[in-house]
Design a protein around this ligand. Structure first.
Ligand SMILES: [Zn+2]
Length: 432
């Protein structure tokens, strides 16, 4: 224990009455000491409710918690699998105490309520280590502060191609494109769409026993087995590092997300000697191709880009409580599912007798966890021609569909047909 609370009963007399397993706060991520004695009044008002709120949120699998003062109450919103759910309402004073307490535990300045601040807390919940990342934001007009907590489970593994729902066909295409020591594979998507997990899954689709895969990317505490991590030599430029990797007979190299035009150019310049995988921020695969073409010119992109993948996250139905139903033939026709589809699934529906039975696994949300909807555009000869002729993203998308490449829509319908998600959830994802 870094400081004197957590399991200690002395400052938490009511802990024995709390049935739900409680989170342990272990220290501020910025390393600043947290002085509870000097803030005894705040601690006595805020510690127990802060623990209760975080424990409840983590036990409901929330990845984000927002606490916001609104008139006489503070509202709490929990985000589970990317969807907001209203949490408890706290009296204003308690909301303020919880906010200030979490700031104190993060090593932030509790005196300052006018400027945005960011920090975090090392915690443990049910023997699992979590980092709680804390952001505060003043509300305009002196309305207090909004606090956002993001929970990061440190034991969570990066997704494998299986978990992300890669089809065997898609894996085969990735293996083919990356097997000739040339071409760039770009992985794109909007913010918070799990793009890093997608690039891991791409790398994992490649047979690491047959091909030498090197990483020049910084994945923090996470690592991939069978992949040689190249530690940068201090003072060495990215180009030198890349050249060193290529000299050591790399077949495929994964690099950090491409955020500058210079880096993008280096990657394409080297894509005649090695296969490169990188992230690039874009709305979807076709938008990514158009953006890169604008930066590097059509000939370079047509010649050296091999494939672009993109992802949207979609919630999976809860295995414990999902409900089968027989879809109406008109519905099948409308959404484009085969007419012989006999059964689809959805979250449990209320009946005449009342709401559906409670589900302990998903907390009666009907969904548990997420998977990716994945689209892939391979640079075939017709797509190459479209890149060179200056065609727009829409034309590239429709050509890809014509060639039977996987689109968000085709992948989504596959997941619905397999009973992994519902039509309602598919509609929600496309609206957003
Ligand atoms: Zn359930």
């Amino acid at each position: 224990m870094v400081f004197g609370f957590g399991k200690s009963r002395a400052v938490e007399p009511s802990s024995e009455e709390i049935e739900i397993e409680s989170v342990l706060f272990q220290g501020a991520l910025n390393g600043r000491p947290v002085d509870l004695k000097a803030n005894a009044r705040l601690a006595s008002a805020g510690l127990v409710p802060a623990k209760g709120l975080i424990s409840d949120a983590l036990s409901r699998r929330a990845e984000m918690i927002r606490i916001e003062p609104k008139g006489r109450v503070a509202t709490v919103t929990l985000y589970v699998d990317g969807v907001p759910f209203p949490g408890s309402r706290l009296p204003t004073q308690q909301g303020l105490a919880v906010t200030q307490m979490l700031k104190l535990l993060s090593g932030l300045n509790i005196q300052d309520r006018q400027k945005p601040q960011s920090g975090g807390i090392t915690t443990e919940f049910k023997n699992t280590p979590f980092h709680l990342l804390i952001d505060t934001m003043p509300i305009k007009g002196g309305g207090g502060e909004r606090l956002i907590v993001r929970a990061r489970n440190l034991n969570e593994q990066l997704e494998t191609p299986d978990q992300l729902g890669f089809t065997e066909h898609l894996r085969e295409r990735i293996r083919e494109v990356t097997s000739h020591r040339e071409k760039v594979v770009l992985v794109s998507g909007p913010a918070n769409s799990g793009v890093t997990s997608l690039s891991f899954a791409v790398i994992r689709s490649i047979d690491a026993y047959l091909y030498a895969i090197y990483s020049l990317a910084d994945f923090g505490e996470r690592s991939i087995t069978h992949i040689a991590q190249q530690e940068p030599v201090p003072g060495e430029s990215f180009e030198t590092q890349l050249a060193r990797c290529i000299r050591s007979e790399a077949d495929v190299i994964i690099v950090d997300p491409l955020r500058t035009d210079d880096r993008l150019k280096v990657i394409f310049d080297n894509a005649d000697r090695v296969s490169l995988v990188a992230e690039f921020r874009a709305r979807d695969a076709a938008d990514c191709i158009a953006q890169v073409r604008q930066k590097l010119g059509p000939p370079m992109v047509a010649e050296r880009l091999g494939m672009v993948l993109s992802q949207k996250l979609i919630r999976k139905l809860c295995d414990e409580c999902k409900q089968a139903y027989r879809p109406h033939p008109k519905l099948l026709q409308k959404v484009g599912l085969p007419p012989e589809t006999k059964v689809l699934y959805r979250p449990p529906q209320p009946t005449e007798e009342g709401p559906p039975e409670e589900c302990r696994k998903c907390g009666s949300i009907g969904y548990f966890g997420r998977t990716g909807l994945i689209e892939a555009i391979e640079i075939s000869d017709p797509i190459k021609a479209l890149i060179l002729s200056g065609a727009d993203p829409r034309q590239m998308k429709s050509q890809a569909r014509k060639e039977g490449m996987q689109s968000f829509q085709s992948d989504g319908l596959r997941l619905v047909a397999e009973g992994k998600t519902s039509l309602e959830e598919l509609q929600r994802v496309f609206k957003g």
